[in-house]
Write a protein that binds this ligand. Structure first.
Ligand code: ISL
Ligand code: CA
Length: 546
């Protein structure tokens, strides 16, 4: 039996601070705004918050470019506000998990300012420099994820520095032990303030060894992660979740195996179907194939059944809204939002809810490029339109899966600016807030919020939901997602229709002979004795065997 950890039965909730709640009318969400919503979050039942970066930053990438790792961005508040956030959360049994962005810093960090001023500066080697190619150009043709080359020239030192994201985000040199020491001291400084752990941004990239051709994991990642644990997290009850686009089923346990002394969980992206989109010049969603989706999730459930632990999610601040992407954001929005939640929350692992998901928030539609704010979208737009892609074609793709879809303000009310701010929001509010908002959804007993609250409570209260074995049922069914969770003779079965049509299934294929329906998306009674069962569009239910 695995050792039980506090986060095994908890649900995480991601807050993107800029878009959550603005307390002072400057149009930017802030820490006092978050605190003002703690009763709401406690009511939802979450165990911890993953807080996207709140550190001092020029905000080229909304805080994923940190200029001072030990200060709070003034638009978000003060260190005192932060301490208040931690203590108010603790009073409600909620932990604060901070975002650790240490693959790169901001180009405005004092380390980088020193590094770029002279090769002799102690901090020069905190970053990754290479001499120009013989023709004076970049050392190689590596492209940055946010468009353009991954190298920028600095005349003062006659060298190029590496930035895998934007030029404002120079990569840190983890091979330098002094840099590692600085990072570990900083982590301890936050842990000593009482935070509950770290979500680690693109963590596999810190292991890079570019001379060996490794821009991601590389040979050093495991050594650095173990050193990090020994120097910071060992002996503390904090949780760590690493983000990695490169981790595979074969390497997952190297990162989160329980004896490895590295990470607790990984955000992996194999269930997020993507391909290369030539219009955007980046990874983009592919058609949603339910059978493939079920198989990938099943593989991860199996792989981490007895060791490691899954981080369960469909949404975050980089991805489109899940109800728009995998469900239906029109006629069946509420049903689809609840059914997607049911399948994710009843798997084994720790679920993460992205702000607004719990009321079924949807993608937005912008018609002009000046409505977008995301650095990735804006840089790709410039690059792609310069290469002849039309603005209309680009906007259509950006509206379907650009990162700003997840970043429009949280919809608290149907009133002005969705109750997010009394000022002018930094990014436009989704017009859907008039009918789609916390105030109306939360009081609807058949709404999305109440459904999430039940799911979150089931994990807290039911050992089988937390630890039970996962078994996929009807694996090849093109519309139904069904699985069982079993432990010590206690069996739960989930049956979910992920299509907008009515489907029929044979009860003997998945349902127990007698059972009790404990949760469902639709009102009304289900007769479990019928051999032929029907599910309406996006209908799902959960049965416990009797
Ligand atoms: O956002 C993406 C696709 O649109 C991803 O490729 C993203 O760049 C990747 O998930 C890494 O994301 C993380 O690091 C980035 C930051 O912009 C993201 O917000 C963060 O989640 C750089 O720090
Ligand atoms: Ca504010």
């Amino acid at each position: 039996m695995p050792t039980e950890k506090w986060w095994h039965g908890a649900t995480g909730y991601q807050i993107y601070p800029r878009s959550f709640c603005d307390s002072n009318g400057d149009g930017i969400g802030d820490i006092p705004g978050i605190i003002s919503k703690f009763d709401y979050l406690a009511d939802l039942g979450i165990g911890f918050i993953w807080l996207s970066p709140v550190y001092a930053s020029p905000m080229a990438d909304n805080g994923y470019d940190i200029a001072d790792y030990r200060a709070i961005a003034p638009e978000f508040g003060t260190l005192e506000d932060f301490d208040h956030l931690v203590s108010e959360a603790a009073a409600r049994g909620i932990g604060i998990v901070m975002d650790l962005v240490v693959n790169h810093s901001s180009s405005q960090h004092r380390w980088f300012k020193a590094a770029r001023s002279s090769r002799l500066a102690a901090e020069h080697d905190y970053y990754i420099w290479r001499d120009p190619a013989p023709d004076g150009g970049p050392p190689n043709d590596r492209a940055a994820f946010f468009g353009g080359p991954a190298w920028t020239y600095v005349p003062e030192v006659g060298r190029y520095y590496l930035h895998l994201f934007s030029p404002e985000q120079p990569d840190l040199n983890w091979a330098n032990p002094k840099l590692r020491r600085e990072i570990f001291e900083m982590m301890n400084w936050w842990l000593d303030r009482g935070i509950a752990g770290f979500r680690m941004d693109v963590i596999d990239l810190i292991g890079k060894d570019i001379d060996a051709g490794h821009y991601d994991g590389g040979p050093h990642i495991h050594r650095y992660l173990r050193e990090m644990r020994q120097e910071t997290l060992a002996g503390r009850d904090a949780v760590t979740v690493g983000e990695s686009w490169n981790v595979t089923l074969d390497t997952a346990l190297d990162f989160c195996g329980r004896d490895r002394g590295e990470l607790d969980m990984m955000f992996q992206f194999h269930h997020v179907p993507e391909g290369w989109d030539p219009v955007q010049g980046k990874r983009c969603p592919k058609r949603f194939d339910l059978v493939a989706f079920k198989r990938v999730l099943w593989d991860w459930q199996e792989k981490l059944a007895d060791d490691g632990w899954n981080a369960l999610f469909l949404s975050n601040h980089d991805l489109p809204r899940q109800v728009s992407r995998y469900g239906d954001d029109g006629r069946y929005r509420v049903e689809a939002a609840k059914t997607l939640a049911t399948v994710m929350h009843l798997m084994k692992g720790t679920p993460f809810v992205y702000q607004g998901e719990e009321i079924g928030m949807t993608n937005t539609t912008f018609t002009r490029i000046d409505q977008f704010r995301d650095i990735e979208t804006l840089r790709h737009y410039a690059e792609q339109t310069a290469q002849g892609v039309t603005s209309e074609a680009f906007l259509a793709v950006a509206n379907a899966f650009g990162r700003d879809n997840a970043r429009t303000p949280m919809q608290w009310t149907g009133g002005r600016n969705a109750g997010f701010t009394t000022g002018t929001p930094w990014i436009e509010v989704n017009p859907s807030h008039e009918h789609l908002n916390v105030a109306s959804d939360r009081r609807d007993p058949n709404g999305v919020f109440v459904h999430y609250r039940r799911l979150i409570a089931l994990r807290r209260e039911m050992p089988t939901i937390r630890d039970g074995r996962y078994q996929l049922l009807l694996p090849d069914h093109p519309a139904i997602f069904s699985f069982a969770r079993d432990q010590n003779g206690d069996r739960w079965v989930v049956v979910a229709n992920l299509s907008s049509g009515t489907v029929e299934f044979d009860a003997r294929a998945c349902l127990p002979e007698s059972g009790e329906v404990l949760l469902s998306t639709h009102l009304g009674v289900r007769d479990l004795s019928l051999q032929t069962q029907h599910l309406r569009a996006y209908e799902s239910f959960v049965v416990r065997e009797l």
